[in-house]
Ligand binder design. Structure first.
Ligand SMILES: NC(=O)c1ccc[n+]([C@@H]2O[C@H](COP(=O)([O-])OP(=O)(O)OC[C@H]3O[C@@H](n4cnc5c(N)ncnc54)[C@H](O)[C@@H]3O)[C@@H](O)[C@H]2O)c1
Length: 325
């Protein structure tokens, strides 16, 4: 299979490329990435050593550059991880989120149509469903739940999902969509919650925590997500949306305390700061469709994944230098 993986210098896309090269050594992969502040080529160090991997710097919203790439290579599938991904930055300014997360998807879909690509897979998020009350128990949102995004980031991702499904209906574009919960693991930018807590705790610096810290996230080890996306691209039913959840909910304050404890630091490092506007309280997914349809379930228990992640950041301080700033 020849894959175009966009956003592969980022956290999940980079893990996906490493996973695919290991699991499908005969596949060819081209990575297209704009190398924004969130891109880090060191994440792809192992991939660069492989003959069946090629990196192209470029913007998915640049129709001319995307057109030229699709004219020079014939892809069996496009897996789109490229996006502006940080909610706080979207609250500071939504323009680049609409450009990359919505218009970029439009450009990729048009290129897939023009060149007859067999599958466009859109990597989406559970945040498109909005949130649940903290006290809510039960299976959470299913794939048919209404989209109620709370912030410009999740609204841009919801808009992209709608565009993907509309292209399928209008032009017959073969598509799938995955909506995963919060990922954690190696190679995640330190602006995100778990690496932020780890890197600040390691440095003995204050750890900002929004509001009362009671917001609950469902954590998914990144390799479990990569395995799910890989299954969907190869064996998933065309036209379907798949939820992918870790099934492990924990409040931000409890998680911050746990990491600080693992690193032998004092909880007084955790400092409450004013809450994020529109801050989602709880995410929770019903993942029965992917488990019954594709036999997928998360394999890495949260405690083990967190141990691996903390160890990885302890041992890979150099990797942080690969970011522009
Ligand atoms: N991180 C999570 O917990 C999570 C959860 C659910 C869904 N997602 C989705 O997964 C995808 C990947 O998330 P991530 O955490 O790896 O993000 P990330 O911010 O770590 O990486 C994004 C990558 O995309 C690149 N990029 C951004 N805009 C681009 C553009 N216009 N053209 C080409 N490349 C561009 C960046 O340079 C970067 O390498 C995103 O679509 C995100 O919405 C993330």
């Amino acid at each position: 299979m020849k894959l175009l993986v966009t956003g592969g210098a980022g956290f999940i896309g980079g893990n996906f490329i490493n996973y695919t090269l290991k699991t499908h050594p005969l596949d060819e992969i081209v990575c297209l990435d704009k190398l924004t502040y969130a891109g880090n080529l060191s994440t792809l160090a192992r991939a660069f050593a492989a003959k069946n991997f090629r990196f192209v710097k470029g913007d998915i919203a640049d129709a001319a550059a995307v057109g030229a790439l699709f004219s020079s290579e014939r892809f069996d599938a496009v897996v789109n991880f490229a996006a502006e991904s940080h909610v706080d930055r979207s609250i500071g300014g939504a323009g680049v989120f609409i450009a990359s997360n919505v218009d970029g998807v439009r450009v990729l879909l048009d290129a897939c149509n023009r060149h007859g690509v067999g599958r466009f897979h859109q990597v989406s998020t559970d945040e498109v469903y909005g949130d649940l009350p903290v006290s809510c128990v039960g299976p959470g949102f299913g794939e048919e739940s209404p989209l109620r995004p709370s912030n410009p980031y999740s609204a841009s991702k919801a808009a992209a999902d709608l565009l993907v499904m509309a292209y399928r209906r209008t032009y017959g574009t073969p598509v799938t969509v995955s909506r995963s919960s919060n990922n954690y693991g190696p190679f995640q930018h330190p602006e995100k919650f778990i690496p932020l807590v780890i890197t600040r705790a390691l440095a003995g610096e204050r750890i900002p925590l929004y509001g009362d810290g009671q917001n609950v996230r469902d954590w998914l080890y990144v390799e479990d997500n990569c395995r799910a996306v890989d299954l969907i691209v190869r064996e998933g039913r065309e036209g379907c949306i798949y939820n992918i959840g870790g099934g492990y909910g924990i409040s931000n304050i409890a998680l911050a305390r746990r990491i600080v404890g693992m690193l032998g630091r004092d909880e007084s490092l955790i400092e409450p700061v004013p809450d994020r506007p529109g801050h989602d309280r709880r995410y929770s997914l019903d993942c029965s469709f992917i488990s019954s349809g594709l036999g997928w379930k998360p394999l890495v228990p949260f405690g083990e994944g967190l141990e691996r992640t903390v160890r990885w950041y302890r041992e890979n301080g150099e990797w942080l230098k690969g970011f522009k700033n």
